[in-house]
Design a protein around this ligand. Structure first.
Ligand code: PLP
Length: 396
């Protein structure tokens, strides 16, 4: 695979996967152990000194598991990085990685449109422990150079972002960080997946995913991952062993199984979302559509330059404000109402009600959440069925 190339379906099935598995089974096995036994003291000593014949074996479940390790190797192969560390959720990946790279007195730069809980972690939780931050306006990559300080250790962004699907110029972010030896870049690429964009190939140091979404793909498991160079990842892996946000082997199996169809699913979701976005843009009851594959989207040029497809999430504002959007969402018959995205079932939500209910309209507007905004996360149903469902819901 050339560095910049995104993954193919063959990669999704085979990259990083062991050809020979225990008992010659085709899929990987689940090893549900919390601990590992040793034959005798000599074996413990050999293990501790790194001389054990089975270099892969563990000592205790919090420090490693063969099912988890197999999925980590495949994730690293898909993102084109040295290594990957799997976690119990996307937030566990974000928080553990951030904690591993910063300490009191140091500084993080992040963008206003980062995932809500990532923002909360940096601006509320880390602030309590003396880690400072600068919050840049959404998409303000030009402001990055001025925001960097001698004590800056991390620059965090997403691409595309939620819910407006803005894309940042990854090469510019990587270049700005590389002007300082001590600054690492971290991109949450949950919305992109390695089918559409591989941030490490643009020079980004750490790539994070909520594996709960497209990687696992079936709305049935929570997991997260960080991919990157082995030096940084070994610090993050060690801290995972201390903080304990490990991925259960059953959950890891589900992520690994979902990844086999990642490319098939995401390619279908790319195509359906583009068709739906183009259709919505012509609908008289729709005020505005946000999808990076549309030429009307502010990030279209950046997205076209660095993405193969534009993902499965489409956001749009309907006429009629809060109640107009609620009527439309309630009238959907195929799309299920719920947060999250990246699964095989289409999900629809009104952010003003789902995630920002406690705020007033004015407070929501101040952070850019319109009352009539709807986020549609397309699944793998037929595009025509989805459009028909949205059409009848918009006429409600
Ligand atoms: C972009 C993004 N990053 C991280 C997370 C957190 O992931 P998880 O829910 O798996 O903890 C989410 C969750 O919605 C997300 O949308």
């Amino acid at each position: 695979m050339s560095e910049r190339k995104t993954i193919t379906s063959t990669d999704a099935v085979h990259a990083g996967d062991d050809k020979r598995k225990p008992y010659d089974a085709v899929p990987m096995s689940i090893v549900p152990t919390s601990t590992y036994s040793f034959a005798d003291t000599a074996e413990i000593v050999a293990y501790t000194e790194g001389r054990h014949a089975d270099g892969e074996r563990g000592e205790y479940g919090r420090y490693g598991n063969p099912t988890v390790r197999a999925v980590e190797r495949r994730l690293a192969a898909l993102e084109g990085t040295d290594d990957a560390v799997l976690f119990s959720s996307g937030m566990a990946a974000v928080t553990t990685s951030t904690l591993a790279l910063t300490k009191s007195g140091q500084h993080i730069v992040l963008f206003q449109d980062c995932y809500r809980r990532t923002l909360e972690f940096v601006t509320d939780v880390l602030a309590r422990f003396g880690v400072n931050h600068t919050l840049l306006k959404a998409g303000d990559v030009a402001g990055l150079a001025d925001a960097l300080r001698p004590e800056t250790r991390l620059v965090m962004s997403e691409s595309p972002t939620n819910p407006y699907l803005s894309c940042v110029d990854l090469e510019r972010i990587a270049a700005a960080c590389k002007t300082r030896r001590t600054v690492k870049s971290m991109i949450d690429a949950t919305f992109a997946t390695p089918v559409n964009c591989r941030p490490a190939s643009f020079g980004i140091d750490l790539v994070v995913h909520s594996a709960t979404k497209y990687l696992a793909g079936h709305n049935d498991v929570l997991a997260g991952v960080v991919c990157g160079p082995s030096g940084l990842l070994s610090m993050i892996r060690d801290l995972r062993g201390v903080l304990g946000a490990v991925c259960d082997p059953h959950a890891a199996f589900l992520v690994g199984r979902g990844m086999k169809t990642l490319s098939l699913r995401v390619e279908r979701q790319n195509a359906t979302a583009l068709a739906v976005a183009e259709w919505l843009e012509t609908h008289p009851r729709v005020e505005r559509v946000f999808y990076p594959g549309l030429s009307s989207h502010p990030s279209h040029a950046v997205a076209r330059a660095q993405m193969r497809g534009f993902g499965g999430v489409v956001s749009f504002i309907v006429k009629g404000g809060l109640s107009g959007a609620s009527r439309m969402v309630d009238a959907c018959k195929l799309a299920r109402i719920g947060p999250s995205f990246g699964g095989v079932e289409t999900l629809i939500e009104q952010p003003a009600v789902m995630s920002y209910y406690e705020m007033t309209t004015e407070q929501r507007e101040a952070i850019g959440i319109a009352d009539g905004l709807i986020r549609l996360a397309v699944g793998i149903e037929d595009a025509a069925d989805l459009v028909a469902d949205l059409a009848q819901a918009l006429s409600a």
